[in-house]
Design a protein around this ligand. Structure first.
Ligand code: PMP
Ligand code: GLN
Length: 383
C-alpha cells in the first residue's frame, strides 16, 4: 500500500457491521435502511435487466437519468443544468466526490472540510495529494455548528475548495441559511470551488428545508453539486450518483471518471430516472416515517440515559455518553455489543481532532420500528 494511504485501514462502517454480525448485535452503526425502496422502481430495474439493458451505457450516463436529474433540480431548487453538458452520472456519491477532488485539486492544494466528516473525504483528498484543513462543528444549542471566524482562518493562499455536507453525516445537522451564506461569501471572496455532498437532500424533518449551496447568489457557477439515489430511494446498494456543475467542471470530472470506472451500471440508472420523475411522493412518505423513527430512537436513548441531539436531517442521532458515566465513545462502541447487544459508531473517528467528538456515539434510526424498540430496550440496561 502506498505510504500516503497507510493510515486509512478499514472503514469504520465495515468494521462496525462486521462487529454486529460477529456478536449477533443489532446494527445501528452503518447507515442503511432495512426496508426496500418504491416497488415500481425495483420492478423497473428488474425489467431493465430482462429487456437487454445490460451493456455499457454512455460514459457520462444514460440520457434518461441525466434528464431526470436536471428536471429534479429545476423543480425542487429552481436550478437549471443542461443534461447534455452539466450532468454526469457516477458510481454513487463516493465516486463523484473522489473524481471531483482528483479532477480539481493539484498536489499541495488545500481542501476545507467540516469535522466530523464522512470518511471518504479524507481519503479522496489524500489520494489527490491534496491537504485537508478542518473546521470543527461543535455542539451548540441542540445541534452542531461551526464558528465562521474559524472557517475564515482556515483559508490560505493554497485553498482550492470547500467540501460541504448538509444535511450532515454524522451529526444530522442541517446548515442554516446564515451558515451557507458565510460559506458562499468566503468562496466568492477567495475564489474557491464548493463541492457539496447532498446525499440526504430529501431527508430533512419538521419542515426544515434543504437549501443547496448552489442556489445562493453567485454560487451556481462555482459549485459541484453531488447527490445519489441511495438515501432518497432506500437503495444504498445501487451506488448510483450524479454531479451537476458548470460544463468546465463536468468535463474535468468526466476526464477522471472515465478512467476510474468509465461508466455506471445501466439497470439502476433507468430505474432511478423513473423514480426521480415519479416517486417523490413515496419519498415524502419516507421522510415522515424517518422523522417518527428519529423520535422513537431519540426518546428511547434519552430514557436510557444518553444526552441526545435530535437531528434535523439524515439517518443519525448523536448521543452524549457522559450522563451514563462513560467518557470515551470509541471504548463504549467496542464494548456495546457485550454490554447491550447493540452496535453504534464512535463519532470521534470522523475527526482530525478526536477529542472534540470523544464523548459521542452515532446511532442510525433508518430501521424498522421493532428493531429500534429492541435496541432501545437493550440499551435501557446500561444504567
Ligand atoms: N456522503 C455521505 C455524507 C454519506 O453518508 C454517504 C453514505 N451513504 C455517501 C456520501 C456515499 O454515498 P453513495 O453510497 O451514493 O456513494
Ligand atoms: N453512509 C453510511 C454511514 O454513514 C455508510 C456508508 C459506508 O458504509 N461506507 O453509515
Amino acid at each position: 500500500l502506498v505510504e500516503r494511504m497507510r493510515g486509512f485501514g478499514t472503514t469504520v462502517f465495515a468494521e462496525m457491521t462486521a462487529l454486529a454480525v460477529r456478536t449477533g448485535s443489532i446494527n445501528l452503526g452503518q447507515g442503511f435502511p432495512d426496508t426496500d425502496g418504491p416497488p415500481a422502481m425495483l420492478r423497473r430495474a428488474a425489467d431493465a435487466i430482462a429487456h437487454g439493458h445490460n451493456q455499457y451505457p454512455p460514459g457520462p450516463g444514460l440520457p434518461e437519468l441525466r434528464q431526470a436529474v436536471a428536471a429534479h433540480h429545476q423543480d425542487h431548487y429552481g436550478l437549471s443544468y443542461d443534461p447534455g453538458a452539466e450532468v454526469l452520472v457516477t458510481v454513487g456519491a463516493t465516486e463523484a466526490i473522489a473524481a471531483t477532488v482528483l479532477a480539481l485539486c493539484e498536489p499541495g492544494d488545500e481542501v476545507i472540510v467540516f469535522e466530523p466528516y464522512y470518511d471518504s473525504y479524507a481519503a479522496a483528498i489524500t489520494l489527490a495529494g491534496a491537504v485537508r484543513r478542518t473546521v470543527t462543528l461543535r455542539p451548540d444549542g441542540g445541534r452542531f455548528a461551526f464558528d465562521p471566524t474559524e472557517l475564515r482562518a482556515a483559508v490560505t493562499p493554497r485553498t482550492r475548495a470547500v467540501l460541504v455536507n448538509s444535511p450532515h453525516n454524522p451529526t444530522g445537522t442541517v446548515f442554516t441559511g446564515e451558515e451557507l451564506a458565510a460559506i458562499a461569501a468566503l468562496c466568492q471572496e477567495r475564489d474557491l470551488v464548493a463541492i457539496t455532498d447532498e446525499v440526504y437532500e430529501h431527508l430533512t424533518f419538521d419542515g426544515v428545508p434543504h437549501v443547496p449551496l448552489a442556489t445562493l447568489p453567485g454560487m451556481r457557477e462555482r459549485t459541484v453539486m453531488i447527490s445519489s439515489a441511495g438515501k432518497t430511494f432506500s437503495v444504498t446498494g445501487w451506488k448510483t450518483g450524479w454531479i451537476c456543475a458548470p460544463a468546465r467542471y463536468v468535463r474535468a470530472v468526466q476526464t477522471v471518471k472515465q478512467f476510474l470506472t468509465f461508466t455506471a451500471a445501466a439497470p439502476w440508472q433507468l430505474a432511478v430516472a423513473y423514480a426521480l420523475r415519479e416517486e417523490l411522493g413515496w419519498v415524502a412518505g419516507l421522510r415522515e416515517s424517518l422523522a417518527a423513527k428519529r423520535d422513537r430512537l431519540a426518546g428511547g436513548l434519552a430514557a436510557a440515559g444518553f444526552g441526545v441531539y435530535r437531528p434535523a436531517g439524515t439517518y443519525f442521532v448523536q448521543a452524549d455518553i457522559r450522563p451514563l458515566g462513560f467518557t470515551d465513545g470509541a471504548e463504549l462502541a467496542r464494548r456495546l455489543p457485550e454490554l447491550a447487544g447493540v452496535v453504534a459508531v464512535p463519532t470521534q473517528v470522523f475527526y482530525d481532532h478526536p477529542e472534540a467528538g470523544r464523548s459521542f456515539v452515532r446511532f442510525a434510526f433508518c430501521k424498522r420500528d421493532e428493531v429500534i424498540d429492541e435496541a432501545v430496550g437493550r440499551l435501557a440496561g446500561l444504567r
